[in-house]
Design a protein around this ligand. Sequence first.
Ligand SMILES: [Zn+2]
Length: 223
Amino acid sequence: MQRSSHPTTIEPVFGYSIVPQGRRQPLFWGRAAWGLSSIAFLVGYLCFFADRGHCQTTDTLPNSSDSTLTTKQANFDGKDMLASRTQQANTKPLEFRTVSFRGKIVWLNEALKERYGISTVPEAAQRSLAILTDDGSLLPILDDSRGRSFRTDQRLREMQVELFVRQYSGQPMLQIIRVYELRESQKYEVDYWCDVCAIIMFETGLCACCQDDNRLRKRLVEK
Ligand SMILES: [Zn+2]
């Protein structure tokens, strides 16, 4: 019997499946498998380095050599830097930063008219708030309970304030975390307080517990 006609002969040529010669698979499948493996490896390799590059560019914090650095950016504290470093380690994009802005809270429609000559529709009157910072920026305030407190209590809009805020990437609204009044070279933390229940609130009105009126509280921040 000739070797070539033996039904169980194994063909040793690279790329062939180990099959009886009588049912030999085309060379194409072996080469295709190796080709696909190589492509998969190459794609994985490129993605790995592309991702490394992405993290290094999107998570970069303002540095001291940046010509646009302001006093607000300089207010990053150590805890926030640590948080941002942790985010870098997790290769997640930076979602927000915490900064402080000094200025006065104004109605957005009035400030747009006064500073830029921009007219808004009547129903926009006294609807949205912004902080007009000491360096002339007009930054909108997010309308959560702390933001709303400036709408419902005129006393807050009369203060020279420092706002400690979150500034999220990709959207302009500032989310207020803490409010300080700046007066006579002193700084006071501002909130609302019930003397009976001893609880903090963020808006003027009734105590969430006893339903008596809360009071505006200002506590001196020691330097
Ligand atoms: Zn109470």
